[in-house]
Ligand binder design. Structure first.
Ligand code: ACM
Length: 764
């Protein structure tokens, strides 16, 4: 068997593996796993069989998209379909792409797949998005016949801004790598690439009037090697050289336009400007002795403003986008207090402090951009000292800046830490490549809601959408970049395209795992999924038994129970794997998962902690339904210190199923619960809680799970053998807006039956 044939068979297996879902009625999403979830989707009977005989018929407006589809099918399926352009596409054509000028949201489309035909109709980007949904319906296997499940879709985006950033300064990425980044974005209907082109570590865009910006400013590795001062110690490997010529930038812009991706260029100011200052030292901030005391801050001189206007003029000449991002974050404004230029400026313009200088700086650049018919975008620091009149704010230091800006009727893109930061590890940081903390799981990304509940509907309308950010200090190459961005970017795609009501995390989880066949087809190095169930467990059982399953066929497991991290030197076994060992004391399960179709390995660890629960309370009478709870408002993050704080409310918790926290008003709110769990039938039970909640839960004062606020912890659960009895139960939760919709905790029987809290929670 030749290698490519072997590969194809594996691809078929993957699809089969993740499709083997045990439902008596198979849900639509088990067959049609489009990400982002379409607004309206119904499965129909039958399939469309795609062969090279099918003709793609397009109207003139859809010709470019038709060519895109034709090329896609050739590249990935070796199918060479004819493309025909018609004034009116006849119904006899197998695959019809038709532009309409309907008034729906930009990007709206309909797609219908029937046994004999595929019809896509849309406005603007709509036909392209219809084609992307069709691409997702294609099998990831290129083994023929190519069956496409019949369905009807009517779809449109929730937000107009569905972004991803790319930092090419800390590490440079080639034109081909940027194009692939755009390709994958487009497949998931992401439509803004925020291209971070200048920073301390590198200036990456050709500017004719200032050639040293790239001759010097783009040569990170060279200057680091020569020992000249550049602040490169945060780069994992000293960085790499490179910049884009204007011809290359135009080529990338055209490539993105063909995929309905807008490029937002970012030229950083007044901070993060070391590369520019290294090339042209006179731009840098001088102190009163005339010495350069820092090398990252631009001096607010006329010379600097002339320089920036020259640079922006050339940037505007390249990018047709209406927005220009001017950075504005993390400026070391304190430097200005020593700069004679800034001090003189403050006196002349009546600026109160260094924040006033920042505001003056940004407003002056805004005026220039407006004179060129462009809109300014900046990080939320541009709010300091007074926001420029028409600025759009990118809220990154949490949501506060974005909320404030929306209340002032400014447009906002929500990209808050930690949810939207993909340079954070995706799981336990000790087992992942180095990144900024804390870890951000795809679930955290998925559950993020860009329109804060603190905004009125009118204010919420100023939220243009959401964006995932990636900074590449620790990301030296494209495969690593893909590992960090995917699959998390799929969560951004769905939360920014699909309506709130149309989100479903379990369905998304399933659909996401279905994408790995496509990832293989596209050669995308997305991080492999974790094994579900390698959770930290508290248990009073004497035997530890678990079966580890994996959603991708061809995956193999190595594991240890002795605390040593497994590696590829030990024998691997195929999934599923049942572990069944006596549990005399606590043990640690460590896993090392590989998949046949890429070179990654994913490591996980779980502590299996033996606890003793024996104090039953059978004599207690007068139990009343529900848990008693106290609501404590404080910035304290340690649950153990809460007992001295007077609670805001004391009441009985709502025991509706599922249990969720009382509504919060944006502050951290602690809930302290007390009561009893009444078990009517002896048996094994499982406790779990919302993944992002930070509970400390105790039965009979034994800790079941403890997760600290602001500290990432892997999933935890408790598996307990409980007698027919009454057990003391207590717990603490901290909640904020982001997690207040999550289930507090659940109690299930060993066979997975969810128990109604009203039947087992009581207080005195
Ligand atoms: C940022 O992450 N400094 C915008």
């Amino acid at each position: 068997m030749n290698r490519s044939c072997k590969k194809n068979i594996f691809l078929k297996y993957i699809v089969l593996a993740v499709s083997c879902i045990c439902f008596s009625i198979i849900p639509v999403w088990a067959q049609i796993h489009i990400i982002p979830q379409p607004l309206h989707l119904t499965a129909q009977k039958g399939n469309f069989i795609l062969t090279s005989k099918a003709i793609i018929g397009v109207d003139q407006q859809s010709e470019a998209v038709g060519t895109y589809l034709q090329n896609y099918l050739t590249q990935y399926y070796k199918l060479n379909l004819k493309l025909k352009v018609y004034p009116h596409v006849p119904t006899t054509v197998a695959i019809k792409l038709v532009s309409n000028n309907s008034k729906g949201a930009q990007g709206a489309y309909t797609l219908s797949v029937a046994p004999g035909s595929v019809n896509i109709s849309g406005n603007g980007a709509g036909v392209f998005y219809g084609v992307q949904s069709l691409i997702e319906l294609l099998p990831a296997s290129i083994i023929k016949p190519l069956k496409i499940t019949a369905c009807k879709i009517a779809d449109e985006p929730r937000f107009q801004w569905r972004g991803l950033s790319l930092d090419v300064c800390r590490h440079f990425f080639t034109v081909d790598e940027v194009k692939k980044y755009i390709d994958i974005m487009a497949h998931y209907k992401l439509n803004v690439l925020h291209w971070h082109l200048t920073d301390d570590e590198g200036w990456r865009i050709q500017i004719d009037k200032y050639p040293r910006l790239t001759e010097v400013g783009a040569k990170v590795a060279l200057y680091a090697k020569e020992g000249k001062f550049r602040k490169l110690d945060n780069l994992i490997d000293g960085g790499n050289d490179g910049f884009y010529t204007k011809a290359e930038i135009r080529d990338v812009i055209k490539y993105a336009q063909d995929r309905f991706v807008t490029i937002l260029p970012e030229i950083e100011m007044p901070g993060h400007s070391e590369a520019a200052i290294f090339a042209y030292p006179e731009l840098g901030c001088q102190d009163s002795t005339g010495a350069k005391h820092r090398v990252r801050m631009l001096d607010p001189s006329e010379h600097t403003f002339n320089f920036l206007e020259d640079v922006l003029t050339e940037v505007i000449g390249l990018f047709p986008n209406q927005y220009i991002h001017i950075g504005g974050d993390e400026a070391e404004m304190i430097d200005w207090l020593k700069s004679p230029t800034a001090v003189t400026l403050m006196k002349k313009e009546g600026l109160k402090d260094e924040k006033g200088v920042q505001s003056y700086f940004i407003k002056r650049i805004e005026k220039f951009l407006i004179s060129k018919n462009k809109k300014l975008v900046g990080w939320d620091e541009i709010l300091q000292g007074g926001l420029a009149e028409s600025a759009t704010v990118m809220s990154w230091q949490g949501e506060a800046g974005g909320i404030a800006a929306a209340k002032m009727h400014h447009h906002v893109v929500m990209t808050p830490l930690p949810y939207m930061y993909f340079d954070a590890p995706q799981a336990n940081e000790e087992l992942e490549p180095i990144g900024w903390n804390p870890p951000v799981t795809w679930q955290m990304v998925y559950n993020y809601e860009p329109q804060s509940s603190q905004l009125t509907p009118a204010e919420a309308a100023y939220i243009l959408g959401a964006q995932g950010n990636i900074w590449t200090e620790k990301i030296p190459n494209a495969p690593h970049l893909e590992y960090m961005v995917y699959p998390r970017a799929l969560a951004i795609a769905e939360l920014s395209w699909s309506t709130k009501e149309n989100k479903d995390i379990d369905r998304f989880d399933y659909k996401m795992k279905q994408q790995y066949g496509l990832f293989k087809l596209w050669d995308l190095n997305a991080r492999l999924p974790d094994i579900v169930g390698v959770d930290h467990i508290a248990t009073n059982k004497e035997q530890f038994k678990t079966t580890l399953k994996y959603p991708l066929l061809g995956a193999r497991l190595r594991y240890t129970l002795d605390g040593k991290m497994p590696d590829d030197k030990i024998q691997s076994v195929p999934f599923p794997v049942t572990i069944n060992v006596p549990l005399r004391e606590s043990l640690t399960l460590k896993t090392y998962t590989t998949w046949t179709l890429n070179s990654q390995h994913i490591m996980q660890t779980a502590n299996i902690r033996r606890i003793n629960i024996n104090a039953a309370k059978e004599n207690i009478t007068n139990l009343k339904p529900g848990l008693s709870y106290k609501l404590i408002k404080t910035k304290e993050i340690n649950y153990a210190k809460l007992d001295t704080i007077t609670p805001a409310i004391t009441a009985v918790i709502n025991t509706a199923n599922p249990m969720v926290l009382p509504v919060t008003d944006g502050d951290i709110t602690w809930v302290k619960m007390n009561g009893f769990i009444k078990i009517d039938q002896e048996g094994d039970y499982e406790f779990t809680s919302g993944f992002e909640l930070s509970p400390a839960l105790f039965i009979d004062n034994e800790p079941l799970m403890i997760k600290d606020k602001n500290t990432y912890v892997e999933p935890q659960k408790a598996i307990l053998h409980l007698k027919k009895d009454i057990y003391e139960f207590s717990g603490y939760y901290s909640a904020d807006d982001a997690n207040s919709k999550q289930t507090l905790f659940q109690l299930k029987t060993a066979d997975g039956k969810l128990l109604d809290p009203q039947t087992y929670l009581f207080h005195l």
